[in-house]
Design a binder for this molecule. Structure first.
Ligand SMILES: *[C@@H]1O[C@H](CO)[C@@H](O)[C@H](O)[C@H]1NC(C)=O
Length: 469
């Protein structure tokens, strides 16, 4: 963990909650909370080039830790009578319709969007989402649904967007497989071209996240909460992992579990280990909320233990070899709940890092295995053109894969620099689609995930060779 990590439990004597990106309809005045820090720790740089040291007030785009802010905003707006939990979302966005299931939008309520129970595939673009599962049958994480909630909030309220001076925010880094830190491009959160704001755009500091956690947990201390009906946000709605013991639940923007249990399920560590370690086997069952967050250059984890009124916030400005914020939070969690025989997570994290480092080679291997050798490469002149998909603009170098399919897997180094760390092997393939009648190429099809049936279509809008988009 090379960079800027500000961690820890409650902070002292703080006035108000400062965060940017979304405005909760609560005022700083009713958020006066005095808390005490058990321990705090920060490490590394918020900006390596300028040698700025990270501290508890360093701001980070929160990634998916934003989701609980969005859910709480909705809860506040329900309290104010501006939104209703059970109303179809088409009451707020009349034009919403999913091509693959035109009746679905009328059956979706805010609670379905916030608890990831729409059953819609989790693509990274919304226009053609198809149901992967029937409504309310399965928990299926979907950033787009939070973007949709953001749109609903905007339409029902006046959202004030603040611009934050660039210097106030920790710069994003990726750690290469060799352990070197690479500064990557800043993510634009507020320019309307990404879905990030409601899915991941709130910025905050470790210090403020502890105040946030304390406000969320007020009900468990029988304190009046500055947040209205926050119980809505903390109730379990979807079962993310059923078991005969304690089910793992999804509340709104937060995972809700009872130890002994596994953590990190909202992040990418589960893909890097055979099985996530069971935490808290050596003490009485404890109710715990958590969420992970990752976006290019940032990796976070928030854990709340209401019974102890403790919270752990790990915020970092780098994606390293695994979900490091999650491992760190789990280590601290075991100390906080007083595990006598804590699971040693270091060797598990090391194994996960090893697997992380072999991912590129594995992808190359998988792609090679799936390739039909010696197929004819279509003449490039027939393919060159301008292909368009909404506002997305991205440039890649294509290599012939087989038939009319090309591969854009960049070098290992470029993949890290461009923060394309979530793509799996099939995601690197682009298929040129030909019209049956004429044989002319009319689009490029891109399948973003393995559940995707149709894939995203980049329509050819001109044959001019100027930059394929
Ligand atoms: C579900 O929970 C059980 C019990 O903790 C665990 O053994 C199993 O690995 C979990 N499965 C998934 C997919 O998380």
């Amino acid at each position: 963990m090379l960079f800027a990590s500000a961690i820890l439990f409650f902070c002292s004597q703080t006035d108000g909650l400062a965060y940017q990106g979304l405005q909760l309809p609560i005022s700083a005045n009713n958020m006066k909370l005095s808390t005490s820090v058990v321990d705090e720790f920060s490490l590394g740089f918020s900006d390596r080039d300028k040698q700025l040291i990270a501290d508890l007030n360093t701001r980070y785009p929160l990634g998916s830790l934003t989701k609980a802010f969005v859910a709480t905003t909705v809860s506040e707006l329900v309290h104010e009578g501006l939104l209703e939990w059970d109303k179809p979302v088409t009451a707020y966005i009349p034009e919403l319709q999913f091509t693959a299931d035109p009746a679905l939008a009328d059956r979706l309520a805010l609670i379905d969007l916030l608890s990831h129970q729409t059953g819609l595939e989790r693509l990274d673009t919304i226009n053609q989402l198809s149901p992967a599962y029937p409504l309310r049958t399965k928990w299926q994480y979907n950033d787009w649904m939070y973007a949709l909630v953001g749109e609903i909030i905007e339409r029902q309220t006046t959202v004030i967007r603040s611009r934050i001076p660039a210097d106030a925010t920790a710069r994003p880094y990726m750690i290469t497989d060799g352990g070197e830190a690479v500064r990557i491009a800043d993510v634009s959160l507020l320019d309307g071209t990404t879905m990030s704001p409601p899915g991941g755009g709130v910025r905050s500091s470790a210090h403020d996240m502890l105040i946030w956690a304390k406000a969320l947990m007020a009900g468990f201390r029988r304190d009046p909460s500055p947040l209205h009906r926050v119980g809505n946000v903390l109730s379990g709605y979807a079962i993310t992992n059923r078991s005969s013991g304690f089910d793992e639940l999804y509340a709104l923007g937060l995972a809700k579990v009872t130890s002994p249990t596994q953590f990190g399920k909202m992040g990418f560590n589960p893909n890097l280990v055979d099985v996530m370690p069971l935490i808290g086997q050596d003490h009485p069952p404890t109710s715990i909320f958590y969420h992970n967050g990752a976006m290019p250059g940032y990796n976070h984890c928030l854990v709340m233990i209401p019974g102890q009124q403790a919270a752990i916030a790990v915020l970092t400005n780098s994606i390293s070899q695994g979900d490091i914020a999650d491992w760190v939070a789990q280590i601290i969690l075991q100390a906080v709940i007083g595990s006598n025989r804590p699971v040693d997570l270091v060797p598990i994290a090391e194994d996960a890092a090893k697997r992380w480092k072999t991912r590129y080679a594995t992808m190359v291997e998988t792609l090679e295995k799936g390739r039909t050798p010696n197929t004819e490469e279509p003449p490039h002149a027939a393919l060159v053109g301008h292909y368009q998909h909404k506002n997305t603009r991205t440039t890649h170098t294509l290599k012939h894969y087989h038939h009319d399919t090309f591969c854009f897997l960049p070098s290992a180094e470029e993949r890290i620099q461009r923060a394309l760390f979530h793509y799996t092997a099939p995601t690197w393939l682009l298929h040129f689609e030909k019209r049956e009648e004429t044989g002319a190429v009319w689009s490029i099809k891109w399948k973003l995930g393995n559940q995707v049936t149709d894939g995203e279509i980049f329509k050819r809008v001109s044959e001019s060779p100027s930059g394929s988009t």
